[in-house]
Design a protein around this ligand. Sequence first.
Ligand code: ADP
Length: 396
Amino acid sequence: MKVLVINCGSSSLKYQLIDSVSEIALAVGICERIGQGISCLKHTPNGGEKVVIETPMENHEVAIKMVLDALTDKNHGVIKSLEEIGAVGHRVVHGGEKFATSTIITDEVIQAIEDCNDLAPLHNPANLIGIRACANLIKGVPMVAVFDTAFHQTMPAKAYLYGIPHEYYDKYKIRKYGFHGTSHSFVSKRAAEFAGIDINNSKIIVCHLGNGASITAVLNGKSIDTSMGFTPLAGLVMGTRSGNIDPSIIEFIAKKENKNIDQIMNLLNKESGVQGMSDVSSDFRDINDAMDNGNEMARTAFDVFVYRVAKCIGGYVAAMNGVDVIAFTAGVGENDHKVREDVCQYLGYLGVTIDLEKNMTRSKEIMLTTPESTTKVCIMPTNEELAIARETVGLL
Ligand code: ADP
């Protein structure tokens, strides 16, 4: 079956058409700047040249129409007709407490996703626009919603409740939800296979370190704790997000700088993290270059990032009373050898020793630890689109 995987953001739409048997992406692409004047579709057929089309796309329905045209185009298309699309898998950011697994999309499911809009006001409405647009344009094709939060619904209350009055959980469901669930699930399963251990009897820590970053403790295949929280702002220091801070800092800055709550949330989401700390960039390639040139602020930002990752791993070792495998994934985790090396320097108490030559590998499945190492550490590339396609086919 050919599965169209759609990931709708507020002004962008990423897609892949995946053959579920060979698991090959027949085409990948992105529509950018939707609803912002001149939009752009970048479409790459498997084994072919990238095609770039600049044209206004006033909304996501127009964008999806462009994607379907590109997929069936005589020159750069990969299918003859839309009838070849057997199913559509949608990434949905927030499923609240309603969705602990992926689900076939029905009118009731659309309503339930809409009920979670409050919890992810930037993401869920965009995801719903994508779902409705596909329903209009490829009528009758089954669609599945795959939630970023679902994998973490197995967390116990002691992990997900905050130390605030219970009425806020009762009234508004304020709790830890966690994100990147599709990636944490995919990577933990594959890491167990790769390490030759039974996922149902395993302790795995997945470090998804990208622009957004989160770490999950996966005990016997289930998420028992994760570093992001009520929103993806919590936890680690990230590209531009602050991660956990003392909440009183918000009041202090508000008073000193005469900023309102929206301005401060913008500061914490978009101007903080390694970008804000270094004044260089949110991108670890730039941070590494700056460090090589002796930039002390970049060095400090890098060290803070690594220290927080190491402390989070330590917390999850305590939560699971041990760990069998630690897996690095996503842009930074798969590519930045220095981050991995420095994190592993904190893991001597786990008997971790890594092979520095193997650690130079980028974006490939590889065991980094030496045979003597009592805990295994690996690079495990994530593939959220493939995970969504698998979930979609599995449900149908
Ligand atoms: P997201 O999906 O959260 O936007 P990604 O997982 O794609 O992020 O990660 C993007 C980040 O990966 C970049 O911002 C950069 O910091 C990091 N990255 C990508 N390639 C490299 C590299 N070769 N070396 C170091 N860091 C890299």
